[in-house]
Design a protein around this ligand. Sequence first.
Ligand code: FES
Length: 74
Amino acid sequence: MQIRCNCRDLSFVGLLAYARRHGITDIEDLIKATGCCTGCGSCRPLLEELLRSGKLRVGDQLIDFPLPDDETAG
Ligand code: FES
């Protein structure tokens, strides 16, 4: 299960928290702000889904991806 942008060493939890804090709902805006998804690109569809639904795709399933209240980007 992929839970980070490995290429840029950014956790999905941190990225989602950052997006929520800054009102980002578009993947392109998150990419511009954080540099995520700018390596191999494998994380991009997962992050798009997370931004849209708050759920993480694992195979053909979408699972809840709760965000800790005190999580910070990184
Ligand atoms: S894992 Fe995010 S760009 Fe490679």
